[in-house]
Structures are given as structure tokens and as C-alpha cells.
Design a protein around this ligand. Structure first.
Ligand code: FMN
Ligand code: MN
Length: 460
């Protein structure tokens, strides 16, 4: 064990909040709000995508942070510029050059430790979000568990429905690793312990959503992005670590054979779904920093839910597409496509058929992706108007739209039928038959950009 690193403080959510404040990207709400519907409604109505700090949460002393992650906020928190090249570079670096995390002593998340008579709703201002949902959900939790066979760590974000003082239902897709770990534990007739970490740096949140193979420790991806090991703390009542600088950690274990019928829950697509029964966790411990913040994410059709997934998925998709087509420039998972299902890929001087190959690679990598649009590298993939221009200018529909029905789908896919969905690729590439693009000479445009202030531009 080592002691806390100096630079480690940069792994704090608090550090990000301070950075955002300096960049005028943190709104502070001093009026009273209720945890039930009202706080989420304020977050949803916030006119820009600043992070929001609620100081006055009815019935609680703990301040609540929301809207922490969007593309701009992520870039500020990571100290990079917010263009797609920079975020792709940072996140792919995390996946390609992971850095092993380290367990430290004196972890701030263990400043206060409780192991008896824990009542989650008394301690934490957990929000109730949507009209038809069953109750309050913890929505920004990093769930850490160790593989009962290999001992390797796994991290994901999962929703937690508060059932009783110390019982939580956990929602998890059967295709995700955590579900597989639970199955393995069942086979060995063991229970599975978890740490539930609340209040994390955007880098750690995004790393947890990377599409990597079972056994790839997502905290090492965070380390690769931080450029230093993510600091972890040992558990108090469970043998599972949690980020040392989280604001709070709930320690829990699965209750063998216990399931709860969830009812309706809002998925990332913004519609209610009924996934039936899900496993139940028993809380064993609760630890937190001194004067902790609670982090919430409005789940469902909300930019923060979209973007945490989209940043992670577009980066691993980029790596996979690059294996198939080296001329890939950018991969973007769009917000209109729920931050999950629509993908735009730009290629530099592709050879015939490389557009299709890139689309197949994206479909193969991530089940969620069902529409891929392929454009040339003169198109800004993050600009929906530019992408639509490419489709309007360069796509010949009889030739360039290919539909493949009956492909295995993610269970959250809104048009899923029998576990399958149709995938569509739209090839919007130049083919030599198009009219040449009309452009102002490049060096002039460059000079104009450089000398912008010299034009003495005024409002009147
Ligand atoms: C805000 C947010 C909430 C999420 N909630 C859930 C959830 O309730 N259940 C689930 O299976 N995945 C959920 N996810 C997606 C997983 O965290 C993600 O797919 C992760 O990469 C799965 O990792 P794993 O395969 O290592 O378990 C959520 C993602 C975000 C960003
Ligand atoms: Mn995993």
C-alpha cells in the first residue's frame, strides 16, 4: 500500500466542480428543491449544459450535483480541448495504454464509516425521477465487483432502486459483465460483493462505460486517461475496492435467490420498459468523505446519460473500425441517436468498399449501433447539418443504402423484435461522378480565421 498521491486530488469530483466553476460551467442553486421530481426537473430545464450544484435540498444537509458530464464539461475536467479528435485521442489512450490502479491508505471516501442500522434514504438524497417508476433510484453509481473465477475487477454504472432501509434492487443487462459475474458466483454457490461508489470524476465515469472484454479492468482505463494510477481504497465490510476519492461508498452483497419485480423504468431512449425481475443487494456498510456531495444523473432521454455512453462507445468503435479500415478519421455516436444507436464515421480517401467494411466493423463491435453513416473526411461528423449535406449531395439511395434485417440486438433497442433488429448503412461518399465542391481558396480562409480581430466587427 502507498499513501495518497499529490496529483491524486485531480481525480476528485470536487476538483472537476472547481474547474467547471472557474470556466463558468457550474450553476449554483440556492433555492429549496425536493428530491422527488423537482430536482430532476430543474436539471432538465437548465437552459445550458452547465453542471449544477444544489445547496438546499429539502430534508437533507448533503448538496447534490447534477449535469456533471457533457462534452464541454468532460474536456474541461480532463484538461483537453473539446473537439472530437482530442476526446477520441484521450479515451482511446486509456484503452490502449491502461495504467494499473493502486490501493492507497487514508482514502478520503473512508473519512466517515457506518456499519450499523444503515438507512440509505435517511443518509442520501436519492431522487425519484419519472412518474411511472417504482421509487427513488441511485443513478450515478459505479458498481465494482471481482470475478469469482479470475479475481479480475469489473466496473459499470447500474441503476439502484431503493426498496427498504438497506435493500437495493440492481438493474443489469444479461449481456453485461456484472451479470456474468453474478452467474459465476451462483455456480460456485458464493455470494457476490460489490462496492457502490458515488461522486466520481467524469474520466472515471466514462471509463466505466468502455466496451471492452470481460477481465479488462475499467479502472485501468481511467488510469490510462489520467496518466497516473487511479487511487482505490480497500472496502471496510466487503473485499472489493472503490475509487479512494469518491464522495460516498455503499458496500453491499447480492442476497442469494432474492429478486424484485421492478415495474416500469425509463431506458436511455426515453421510454418506459418493463424488464421484469432484478436481483436485490443487502447494504453492509456506508462510508463517505467529510461533508460529502451526492451525484445524480437524470436517466433516460437526457444528454448526460447519452454522453457518458457515447464518449466511451465512439472511442472503442474507433479502435475496432481502424483495425478494419486504417483510413478512418473520426467516429461519432450522435445524440439524436440516443448516444447509442446512430454512428457517423468519416474516412480519408477510402478505396471502393471500405465504407461498407467500416460499417460492418462498427456493427460487429457494438450491438447497440444500428445505423452507420459513412462520410468523407471533409465532413464534420459532429455537425448534423454537415452530415445531412453529405447524404443529400453524395448518396445514391438505390446503391448506397443497405439494410440487413434480423441482426442480434441489444435488449434496450427500441425497435427490437425477437431479440433482433434491422441494421442500416448509409454510404455518403464521393464517387468521382459528383460535381466539384465550390470553395473559397483555403489559404484565404485560413488567413481570415487568423486575422479575425482585425476586421473590427461591432454590434452596430
Ligand atoms: C447513467 C447510466 C446508467 C446506466 N444504467 C445501467 C443499468 O441500469 N443497467 C445496465 O445494465 N447498464 C447500465 N448502464 C450501461 C453500463 O454501465 C455500460 O454498458 C457498461 O459498459 C457495462 O459494463 P460491463 O459490461 O463491464 O458490466 C448505464 C450507463 C449510464 C451512463
Ligand atoms: Mn466490464
Amino acid at each position: 500500500m502507498t499513501t495518497l498521491g499529490k496529483k491524486g486530488a485531480e481525480q476528485d469530483m470536487r476538483h472537476t466542480m472547481e474547474e467547471l466553476r472557474k470556466h463558468h460551467r457550474l450553476k449554483q442553486v440556492y433555492g429549496e428543491v425536493s428530491i422527488n421530481y423537482e430536482l430532476p426537473a430543474v436539471l432538465e430545464q437548465m437552459p445550458d449544459r452547465s453542471a449544477v450544484l444544489f445547496h438546499n435540498v429539502k430534508g437533507y444537509d448533503t448538496p447534490v450535483v447534477g449535469n456533471l458530464v457533457d462534452r464541454e464539461n468532460f474536456a474541461i475536467s480532463a484538461g483537453i480541448s473539446s473537439d472530437l479528435s482530442s476526446t477520441l485521442k484521450l479515451i482511446t489512450q486509456g484503452v490502449e495504454k491502461p495504467v494499473r490502479s493502486k490501493v492507497v491508505e487514508d482514502a478520503p471516501c473512508r473519512d466517515v464509516v457506518k456499519t450499523d442500522n444503515i438507512n440509505i434514504m435517511n443518509e442520501i438524497p436519492v431522487n425519484t425521477f419519472f412518474e411511472k417508476e417504482a421509487g427513488p433510484y441511485i443513478s450515478a453509481a459505479l458498481i465494482t465487483a471481482n470475478d469469482p473465477e479470475t479475481g479480475k475487477r469489473n466496473v459499470s454504472i447500474n441503476r439502484l432502486l431503493i426498496l427498504k432501509d438497506d435493500e437495493l434492487m440492481i438493474g443489469m443487462s444479461p449481456s453485461h459483465h456484472l451479470y456474468r459475474l453474478l452467474e459465476k458466483a451462483k455456480e460456485k454457490e458464493e455470494t457476490l460483493e460489490v462496492s457502490i461508489s458515488l461522486g466520481n470524476h467524469p474520466i472515471t465515469l466514462v471509463a466505466s462505460n468502455a466496451y471492452v472484454t470481460l477481465g479488462f479492468d475499467e479502472y485501468d482505463i481511467a488510469g490510462g486517461m489520467f496518466g497516473e494510477p487511479l487511487e482505490l481504497s480497500a472496502g471496510v465490510t466487503v473485499d472489493v475496492e472503490a475509487p479512494a476519492r469518491s464522495e460516498m461508498v455503499i458496500e453491499a452483497e447480492f442476497i442469494p435467490g432474492k429478486f424484485h419485480e421492478e415495474g416500469l423504468v425509463s431506458e436511455f431512449h426515453g421510454m418506459y420498459v418493463d424488464y421484469g425481475k432484478s436481483p436485490v443487494l443487502k447494504v453492509k456498510g456506508l462510508t463517505h468523505r467529510k461533508e460529502p456531495y451526492y451525484q445524480t444523473i437524470v436517466p433516460g432521454r437526457n444528454h448526460e446519460h447519452f454522453i457518458i455512453g457515447a464518449l466511451a462507445i465512439e472511442s472503442t468503435t474507433y479502435l475496432h473500425v481502424r483495425e478494419a479500415v486504417s483510413r478512418v478519421k473520426h467516429v461519432h455516436i450522435t445524440e439524436g441517436g440516443m448516444g447509442r444507436v446512430h454512428c457517423v464515421i468519416s474516412l480519408s480517401n477510402p478505396k471502393p468498399g471500405e465504407g461498407q467494411k467500416a460499417a460492418f466493423a462498427a456493427f460487429a463491435h457494438c450491438n447497440l449501433i444500428k445505423q452507420v453513416t459513412i462520410v468523407d473526411d471533409d465532413i464534420e461528423v459532429m455537425n448534423p447539418v454537415d452530415v445531412e449535406w453529405a447524404v443529400a449531395a453524395r448518396m445514391k439511395a438505390y446503391r448506397d443504402v443497405q439494410v440487413t434485417p434480423g441482426v442480434r440486438a441489444d435488449r434496450a433497442e427500441p425497435n427490437e423484435e425477437n431479440g433482433t433488429v434491422a441494421k442500416v448503412m448509409i454510404i455518403a461518399l464521393k464517387d468521382g461522378t459528383h460535381h466539384p465542391k465550390a470553395e473559397i481558396p483555403e489559404h484565404i480562409v485560413h488567413n481570415v480565421r487568423q486575422n479575425w480581430s482585425s476586421y473590427d466587427i461591432r454590434e452596430e
